[in-house]
Write a protein that binds this ligand. Structure first.
Ligand SMILES: *[C@@H]1O[C@H](CO)[C@@H](O)[C@H](O)[C@H]1NC(C)=O
Ligand SMILES: *[C@@H]1O[C@H](CO)[C@@H](O)[C@H](O)[C@H]1NC(C)=O
Ligand SMILES: *[C@@H]1O[C@H](CO)[C@@H](O)[C@H](O)[C@H]1NC(C)=O
Ligand SMILES: *[C@@H]1O[C@H](CO)[C@@H](O)[C@H](O)[C@H]1NC(C)=O
Ligand SMILES: *[C@@H]1O[C@H](CO)[C@@H](O)[C@H](O)[C@H]1NC(C)=O
Length: 327
């Protein structure tokens, strides 16, 4: 430490003369001289080191910038490609619709064309454009009953409909599609057919749902909070872990054969007001009222089909047996 303190004045350029004097008077020892040499060496080495470090930093920054530019270009290209697919899709379908202004008269061949174009486009598009496709199909009345368009298997996952003006989602016809993770928030859904659809994690928050069928839908973890539900059919649907909390009104809905395991409900709301729970698994794991009449799903099952097979496995054999014994 002593040495360093003594050496400092010597490195000052204006102290050249006095430094030499100091050196002769105070530190004639060889040790200090070699230390001085080392310091000079270090000082002269410092500049190339700094340049090297600077070069490395700049190179890294440039590489990072190039990477980001490439990512941006790729995203841009992807976006343009999606926009092209979307535009061509809308043009193709519009052309078909222009030749047949009355949607009911669309030929089987054209319906098949619309189906394949739609399914293919949906598979390639992102969720924002899938939402546009959904709204386009709805506005052109292609998915509004009575329609003959079959979109079974269509990928409408992650579409986002929020605050669609009242009554716009009327008579929607979307059986057998995939609507998982989609949301219909603040919507008014009336007379819709969602039968046999997959709707995992779907959100109907703040929505009014009337006269809609969710028959055989797989809709675990659905969100119906703050909504109103009247005259809907959920027969044979799976509603496990769904959220019916804070529902404003829920009346005359048919929950026959429904799996309601772990569903969040305000009991007062869900269980009264004439909702039907025949043969359903209730939120607390018990079964709703067992009713043999309703066990025949679709009503057209053969009369000699065995009791267990009709029930879709919702009821365990013991419960069936106990019901049979009681009857
Ligand atoms: C339930 O339905 C019956 C018969 O249709 C009716 O008399 C009764 O008022 C209804 N209850 C509620 C709470 O709507
Ligand atoms: C389960 O819920 C049903 C329907 O609310 C009720 O009748 C039954 O008493 C409950 N059972 C238990 C064990 O909590
Ligand atoms: C509920 O659905 C079942 C099965 O389709 C049917 O038999 C029953 O009549 C319905 N209940 C009501 C109250 O609509
Ligand atoms: C139901 O029973 C009748 C008469 O026993 C028989 O002819 C018929 O094949 C049975 N149907 C089925 C689906 O098993
Ligand atoms: C009801 O749903 C729960 C949760 O998904 C599942 O573990 C159970 O097996 C289902 N019950 C039946 C009878 O399908």
């Amino acid at each position: 430490m002593k040495h360093i303190r003594r050496l400092w004045p010597r490195s000052r350029p204006h102290g050249e003369q006095s430094a030499t004097a100091d050196n002769q008077q105070e530190m004639p020892d060889e040790h200090s001289a070699s230390f001085l040499k080392l310091t000079k060496l270090l000082c002269s080495a410092l500049i190339p080191i700094m340049i090297a470090v600077f070069t490395i930093v700049v190179t890294l920054q440039e590489r990072d910038l190039a990477n980001r530019q490439r990512d941006y270009d790729e995203r841009q290209a992807d976006n343009e490609q999606q926009e092209d697919i979307f535009k061509i899709y809308i043009q193709d379908i519009s052309k078909v619709l222009q030749t047949q202004p009355d949607n009911r008269g669309i030929s089987t061949q054209n319906l098949l064309f619309i189906r394949t174009q739609t399914l293919t486009a949906l598979r390639k598009l992102d969720s924002k454009r899938r939402t546009y496709v959904f709204l386009f199909l709805y506005e052109s009345k292609l998915i509004q009953s009575p329609t003959k368009l079959d979109l079974t298997g269509a990928d409408f996952t992650n579409i986002h409909c929020d605050g669609i003006t009242k009554n716009t989602l009327k008579d929607l016809h979307l059986p057998g599609v995939d609507l998982s993770h989609s949301c219909f928030i603040n919507c008014y859904i009336d007379g819709t057919n969602f039968a046999d659809s997959i709707m995992l994690d779907i959100k109907f928050t703040n929505s009014v749902i009337i006269l809609t069928t969710f028959k055989s839908c797989l809709m675990d973890r659905a969100d119906f909070r703050n909504g109103k539900m009247f005259y809907n059919t959920f027969n044979s649907a799976s509603l496990a872990y769904s959220d019916f909390s804070n529902i404003i009104d829920i009346k005359e809905n048919n929950f026959t054969n429904v799996n309601l395991t772990g569903t969040k409900v305000t009991y007062k709301n869900l269980l009264y007001e004439n909702n039907t729970f025949h043969n359903s698994i209730m939120p607390n794991g018990t079964y709703g009222p067992i009713q043999q009449k309703n066990l025949v799903v679709n009503g057209d099952a053969e009369t000699n089909v065995s009791f267990e097979t009709i029930v879709y496995g919702i009821l365990s054999k013991e419960i069936c047996a106990s019901t049979v014994n009681r009857v």
